[in-house]
Design a protein around this ligand. Structure first.
Ligand SMILES: [Cu+2]
Length: 228
């Protein structure tokens, strides 16, 4: 019984310490890699044209430069040659979960046309993929709820791409821009009127007071001079 218990504990420890491979998916306690491809060539590629090392950071601090955004990658666009092998180092700078997903890849190499990296918190992982030769723009994003909408969206171009995707922070305009309408009530009109009134009155009051103080100072000065 004790031996059985020991072997169960040992097996549990082994499993938690090792990455598990489920088909195209490799996962451990820190993250997941799905559909990585280091050597299978796309049908339209006779050979790998170039090896590109790309480091991609994900996190809230990378969104600070974009107004109204909360999450972002540190870069929003990459351009590679047809049939390039991309070696990605994905770094999550946040304590929360982030993904790096590339969509629109050929399904015979990447099931559901997708390459997917995921980190459950701060950390990093590495994986490669080989791009087809077609001149195309691929969507790169984090699919967690509201992460793409809040800025975690980018594009990967092969051979200059076949256009730009909308709503890439700092790069392209949204299809439908956000609008923030004001609900004009009596209260908002009153606040606006009062603010305008104060804006006009305060500089006048400062000028009048400054003249008054100046006059008083001059009077005192002349009295002192007279006494002398
Ligand atoms: Cu995310």
């Amino acid at each position: 019984m004790r031996a059985l218990l020991l072997s169960l504990i040992l097996l549990g420890n082994l499993q938690s310490g090792l990455a598990m491979d489920h088909g195209g998916m490799i996962m451990d306690e820190k993250g997941m890699i799905m559909n990585a491809n280091t050597d299978r060539l796309p049908r339209d590629c006779p050979k790998i044209s170039e090896n590109v090392d790309i480091t991609i950071h994900a996190g809230q601090k990378h969104a600070l430069k974009f107004v109204g955004k909360m999450f972002a990658f540190d870069q929003q666009e990459w351009d590679v040659k047809p049939c390039a092998k991309i070696n990605i180092t994905f770094i999550n700078d946040d304590q929360i979960r982030h993904q790096l997903m590339i969509h629109g890849l050929p399904g015979y190499l990447y099931p559901e046309g997708m390459f997917h990296l995921e980190l459950y918190g701060e950390g990093q992982l590495q994986a490669s993929l080989i791009m087809p030769s077609q001149k195309k723009t691929y969507l790169v994003h984090c699919e967690l709820p509201q992460h793409m909408e809040k800025g975690m969206k980018a594009q990967l171009k092969v051979d200059g791409g076949d256009g730009d995707l909308p709503s890439i922070p700092g790069l392209t305009k949204p299809v439908k821009a956000d609008v923030y309408p004001v609900n004009w009530t009596q209260l908002t009109w009153s606040v606006l009127f009062l603010s305008a009134l104060l804006g006009i009155a305060i500089p006048f009051l400062i000028i009048i007071n400054a003249t008054g103080i100046n006059n008083l100072y001059n009077k005192m000065l002349s009295k002192v001079r007279l006494k002398q």
